[in-house]
Design a protein around this ligand. Structure first.
Ligand SMILES: Cc1cc2nc3c(=O)[nH]c(=O)nc-3n(C[C@H](O)[C@H](O)[C@H](O)COP(=O)(O)OP(=O)(O)OC[C@H]3O[C@@H](n4cnc5c(N)ncnc54)[C@H](O)[C@@H]3O)c2cc1C
Length: 433
């Protein structure tokens, strides 16, 4: 049955890679030494490299796969102000001033992406599209309203309410009980953006070496020696930029990062009239149900890109596709005849406190754990960690002093999350009735 949902030209790789194939760096060689070695070539690694090279530091970025193979070329391309915990939550944890400063970093991160795109003339479909946040119940709509009311005005988080009777202006679906629009949120072609950052990093002098896996890090007085699948390199500073792909190379980080699978499907192109009716304002969309979903049209406004966390470790996109399609059809039943042309997944780096973390542990710099909001946060905190390596005072951030904690007995395998997916799916089905 599930075979018929796929188009004849179906591919289990990101739709974005059609427009932006993976960069061919196969012949890149690893030098014996560098001032800075960055492990991971996503937004974090490349944004850090753009700063270290600007400060005159010889910088090498390595990736065990193609450059940008991780989340940075396969995400949903939705950009918000990104810090997960609410003002109220942050205030109770860190106090009012710190809470405000932390949330401002979210604003800074979104503005940072816009300035990088504009200053470097990156052709990556960046657009202040706005976000529609759909409420699955009347109560959820009230909670969204409350959240807006509790957000300090100083943050300038513009938002407006959409009543159920008006929601066809935002979405061609009766699924929601209204929602909230955040007009300043944005959309981007993520792989195209990654390619732009890669070009910038390389033209600023960074060497990017693909298919080069860091295997061991050995700190010595003469420098940090990193053995890789392409040989040994010695660097004065090392940055770990592996987020959801963090493994046994850095066990301290592995004990603090929860890799959660996130999945996306793309439909075949639809008629203009239909695309304009389903998402008339071309916004990015999320909702209040517990099983996270996020969706939008592709930049050409032809295909639905529908994502969510339908599983945890399942890495076969042909198994996840029917589950995602089911969630998509709950919102847009008229998409039933549309075949799926692409289905893919990647590992989002979550943390136990739902906060991103940037810092230095045991002589090694890191920035990671963006909890599904890394388009802006990885770009921004990657830039900051690059400045920290260059010992610039501008590298300071509002999250510098936040402790990065793991949990007893957690070693990097989030077995405890599996039941939650089934529980959320069951609960959401009940709520959606
Ligand atoms: C399906 C999906 C949808 C998403 N949607 C959104 C969205 O809409 N909006 C948003 O803001 N965020 C989204 N995200 C999250 C966002 O993409 C990430 O937070 C962000 O890209 C992280 O960037 P990064 O550079 O830190 O890590 P990554 O881009 O994941 O890069 C890490 C890299 O490290 C490499 N690596 C790991 N170990 C080693 C080693 N030992 N040696 C060498 N290299 C190594 C990996 O190969 C990988 O390429 C999504 C993620 C996924 C998977």
């Amino acid at each position: 049955m599930s075979a018929s949902i796929f188009s004849d030209d179906y591919q289990s790789k990101p739709f974005w890679w059609e427009r932006t194939p993976r960069p061919n760096l196969a012949n890149s060689t690893l030098p014996e030494s560098a001032d800075v070695l960055i492990i991971g070539s996503g937004y974090t690694g490349l944004s850090a490299a753009m700063q270290t090279t600007k400060h005159g530091l010889h910088t090498v970025v390595i990736d065990e796969e193609d450059a940008g193979f991780g989340c940075s070329s396969r995400n949903g391309g939705q950009i918000s102000t990104s810090i997960k915990p609410s003002y109220t939550e942050l205030k109770s944890r860190y106090g009012a001033d710190a809470a405000l400063a932390i949330l401002k970093e979210g604003n800074n991160a979104l503005n940072w992406v816009e300035s990088v795109v504009t200053d470097n003339k990156l052709d990556c479909s960046f657009r202040r599209s706005g976000r529609f946040y759909g409420a699955h119940s009347v109560r959820a709509l009230d909670e969204l309203k409350q959240k807006i009311d509790q957000t300090p005005e100083q943050l300038g988080h513009e938002a407006f309410l959409v009543k159920r009777e008006d929601q066809q202006q935002e979405i061609g679906s009766d699924f929601y009980h209204g929602g909230v629009v955040h007009p300043h949120h944005a959309s981007i072609d993520p792989a195209r953006y990654h390619q732009g950052l890669l070009d910038c990093a390389q033209s600023s002098g960074a060497q990017v070496v693909s298919h080069c896996k860091a295997i061991n890090i050995d700190k010595q007085t003469s420098g940090i020696k990193v053995s890789t699948s392409k040989g040994l390199i010695t660097a004065k500073d090392v940055v770990v930029a592996t987020s959801g792909y963090t493994k046994e190379l850095t066990p301290w980080h592995q004990r603090r990062i929860i890799p959660i699978g996130s999945y996306i499907i793309a439909t075949e192109p639809m008629p203009d009239e239909m695309a304009n009716r389903l998402i008339p304002q071309q916004r990015v969309i999320t909702d209040t149900l517990q099983l996270v979903v996020y969706y939008r049209m592709c930049p050409q406004h032809k295909r639905m890109l529908f994502g969510g966390r339908v599983s945890l470790k399942e890495s076969n996109p042909e198994i996840s596709a029917p589950r995602l399609r089911e969630l998509m059809l709950m919102r847009f039943p008229e998409l039933a005849p549309m075949k799926i042309t692409h289905s893919w997944m990647g590992f989002v780096g979550y943390t136990f406190d739902h906060m991103p973390h940037v810092g230095k542990y045991d002589g090694i710099h890191y920035s990671m754990g963006y909890c599904g909001s890394g388009v802006s946060l990885a770009s921004y905190f990657g830039m900051k960690v690059g400045l920290k390596v260059a010992e610039s005072p501008d590298g300071e951030t509002a999250i510098d002093n936040i402790s990065f904690s793991g949990r007893p007995y957690y070693r990097g395998n989030p077995w405890f999350l599996a039941p939650s997916i089934f529980y959320y799916r069951w609960k959401d089905r009940l709520k959606a009735r």
